[in-house]
Design a binder for this molecule. Structure first.
Ligand code: ADP
Ligand code: MG
Length: 240
């Protein structure tokens, strides 16, 4: 579903991703961990062309992102992304936030978009917020709406960049629960996270990135209990 070969990314002189190769299978849940500034967000953003690829190959859901001829809008319709900040449209109600992309990008009829949006709100436990403004919701509720909004496009892959980092601790659990449900349903997911407990429980594979390189990867069991790379061990000793 995702095939990355020898990916390099430069910002000017700064060599941020230094030869990343990685294949992700359908239904796989991959958590990406690593120190701040190590290139995790850049890596994720390369997967839906929010960053250009300096060198190497990035294939996502059949789209060759490194190829300038690829239709990036079509790619993004099949790849949902959730950021640390929720970026809901402030001038639209919760329901309208969910209806917008299916109607404008897929030409979905209004009635169908309403029922889709209602189903997704039920899924994230926010049916009662259908007519609320985003600003009236807690951070955790806004993030669950953001997840529902990404799901409204019926994506094949979901990318998450530290979806719970901006939340008060007591709001984190509900968001992780929604992600856990998605994982159980077989969604292909790549999740940059500092929630080690979540990674341990939900990930099929954990990737440790440091200095723009995959230093180590493996099952949560392997990575968290018997890391072989001293960098992984040093990082984990700080966060676990
Ligand atoms: P992480 O998500 O692991 O914290 P990032 O991928 O955000 O790391 O950043 C990796 C490095 O790339 C950092 O040194 C950061 O300053 C740099 N960087 C990220 N985005 C840009 C950008 N748009 N322009 C210049 N440098 C950037
Ligand atoms: Mg980041």
């Amino acid at each position: 579903m995702i095939h990355i070969k020898n990916l390099h990314k430069y910002f000017g002189e700064s060599h941020v991703l230094r030869g990343i190769s990685c294949d992700i299978q359908p239904k796989e849940v991959v958590c990406v961990i690593g120190p701040s500034g190590s290139g995790k967000s850049t890596f994720l953003r390369c997967m839906n062309a929010l960053e250009s690829v300096s060198e190497g190959e990035v294939q996502v859901n059949g789209f060759a992102i490194h190829d300038a001829k690829t239709d990036i809008n079509k790619l993004r319709e099949s790849v949902g992304m959730v950021f640390q900040r929720f970026n809901l449209f402030p001038h639209m109600t919760v329901l309208e936030n969910l209806m917008m992309a299916p109607m404008s990008l897929k030409g979905m009829k209004r009635a169908e978009a309403v029922s889709l949006a209602e189903n997704l709100l039920a899924k994230v436990g926010l049916s009662d917020k259908r007519d609320a403004w985003p600003s009236s919701l807690s951070g955790g509720q806004q993030q669950r709406v953001a997840i529902a909004r990404a799901l409204a496009m019926n994506p094949s892959i979901m990318l998450f960049d530290e979806p719970t980092s901006a939340l008060d601790p007591e709001l984190v659990g509900d968001v992780l629960q929604v992600m856990k449900t998605l994982a159980t349903e077989g969604m292909t997911m790549v999740i940059v996270t500092h929630e080690m407990g979540f990674a341990r429980e939900v990930a099929d594979r954990v990737i440790f990135i440091d200095q723009g390189v995959i230093q180590e990867e493996g099952t949560p069991q392997h990575l968290f209990t018997t890391p072989t790379n001293p960098r992984t061990a040093a990082f984990l000793s700080k966060v676990l």
